[in-house]
Design a protein around this ligand. Structure first.
Ligand code: PMP
Ligand code: GLU
Length: 427
């Protein structure tokens, strides 16, 4: 018998009104088109095209074969949390112990839990979010009952929020700021001095926490911006005990499908992390136990050459993508210096009509026409923030050949657009 949901089944309004993830939605469309045999060039998914390094896979296989198949402690076992804490101390300067670390089902779940733990629904708690920002931040802030306060960036300021902008966004209701450097979708990296200047604004305000999503930490390109390096706000003693540092295995180690992230907060007496572990214990419990040794392996020096090989490939692709995008009429692009995204402005093309007669009145319309008519997938800017409306995101986590083929199609598509009808032109 076919079960049908009752029309009366109630769905919590915060979920019913929540937007679906635009990145995952476009990714699913690309997969469906490819399954139908359509030759789509996908610039949608923020996912390395590389395979997980062999030694990391072996560590998981060995653990599975040795019978590591039972529940692990909710936050992860001690050796793995120790390995992560050591990495955070040695590489990031974050003074933490293993008790300050929880391993989560992807960094996404770390973001979710941090926000759930901090936000009190109904109180108007505000979270400051420099935008353009990853599509999941706003929905997760709102799901937790918070208010998302955007600090808009633009091509003119290299998509980097200034300390003044952050200071102006602070109100008595501000409970946190969410930082993400290197940035999805902008592909920019805050130089450490600029990030420190933002932390200077937060430091004298003890009620404001910092959530620092550092998942693209290993993907920074000093080859493009000499001297550029990563800096973790959690290493600053003034804010260390109210900074939640989030990271994971997905991007640097090409492990998106493994679903492994982690969060660290050395709050005084471990209070914050104990509450997080309580929450996780009621949700997912631990990650798959036989993945834990793979984390230790990934964080060991043996994996470094593989990570470096992938980083160098992304640096080359970053340059290539920028060069090709800049040659498209109507595209304005900032050179990526981190992550694997370009986020060009296509505002000059808004209002034009595609060869098949679609009116490109938004980035969403542009992206839909591009996918239907030129078989190239990009993510429209709208869900990355108000200021991102006239942008589209290219993920260059694909081969140089794909980048050349796909951007050549975009170029041809743009050159075939009809001019804005005189009647539609702004007066
Ligand atoms: N943060 C950012 C900025 C991201 O782009 C992503 C996308 N994968 C995540 C967190 C979540 O990563 P995952 O859940 O795969 O660890
Ligand atoms: N974070 C990646 C992206 O932005 C993967 C998809 C997602 O979780 O959003 O494309």
């Amino acid at each position: 018998m076919l079960f049908r949901y009752s029309a009366a089944m109630h769905i919590y309004s915060r979920i019913a009104e929540m937007k679906e993830s635009a990145t995952l939605a476009v990714g699913a469309r690309v997969a469906a088109l490819k399954a139908q045999g359509v030759d789509v060039v996908g610039f949608a998914m923020g996912e390395p095209d590389f395979d997980t390094p062999e030694n990391i896979k072996r560590a998981a296989i060995k653990a599975l074969e040795s019978g590591m198949t039972r529940y692990a402690p909710t936050a992860g076992d001690k050796p793995t949390r120790e390995a992560i804490a050591k990495k955070l101390r040695d590489e990031n300067g974050i003074q933490c112990r293993f008790e300050d670390v929880t391993i989560t089902v992807g960094a996404k779940h770390s973001v979710y839990m941090a926000l759930q733990a901090m936000i009190e629904p109904g109180r108007g708690d505000e979270v400051i979010l420099p935008t353009p920002a990853w599509v999941s931040y706003r929905p997760l802030i709102e799901l937790a009952g918070g208010v998302c306060v955007e600090v808009p960036g633009s091509i003119a300021n290299g998509f980097r929020a200034t300390p003044d902008q952050v200071a102006h966004a602070i109100t008595p209701k501000t409970i946190a700021i969410l930082l993400n450097s290197p940035s999805n979708p902008c592909g920019i990296v805050y130089p450490p001095t600029e990030l420190r200047a933002i932390v200077d604004v937060i430091a004298p305000r003890p009620k404001i926490a910092i959530i620092s999503d550092e998942i693209y930490e290993k993907l920074i390109y000093p080859e493009i911006a000499p001297g550029l390096a990563h800096w973790s706000p959690g290493s600053d003693a003034r804010v260390a005990d109210r900074t939640v540092t989030i990271n994971g295995m997905s991007k640097a180690f090409a492990m998106t499908g493994w679903r492994i992230g982690y969060m660290c907060c050395p709050s005084a007496n471990g209070h914050f992390m104990r509450e997080i572990v309580k929450l996780q214990g009621q949700m997912t419990n631990s990650i798959a136990s036989f993945f834990l040794p793979a984390i230790i392996e990934a964080l060991s020096p043996a994996t470094n050459p593989e990570v470096e090989r992938m980083r160098l490939a992304f640096a080359t692709r970053a340059k290539l993508t920028h060069r090709l995008l800049c040659a498209i009429p109507g595209f304005r692009d900032v050179q990526s210096t981190g992550a694997f995204y370009s986020f060009p402005n296509i505002g000059d093309l808004i209002g034009r009509t595609s060869p098949a007669g679609r009116i490109l009145d938004s980035a969403q319309a542009f992206s839909e026409a591009l996918l239907s008519e030129a078989h190239v997938a990009v993510v429209p800017g709208e869900d990355f923030g108000e200021c991102a409306r006239n942008h589209v995101r290219f993920s260059f986590a694909c081969s140089e050949a794909q980048i050349e083929k796909g951007i050549a199609r975009v170029d041809a598509f743009v050159r075939s657009l009809n001019p804005v009808a005189a009647s539609c032109q702004a007066s």
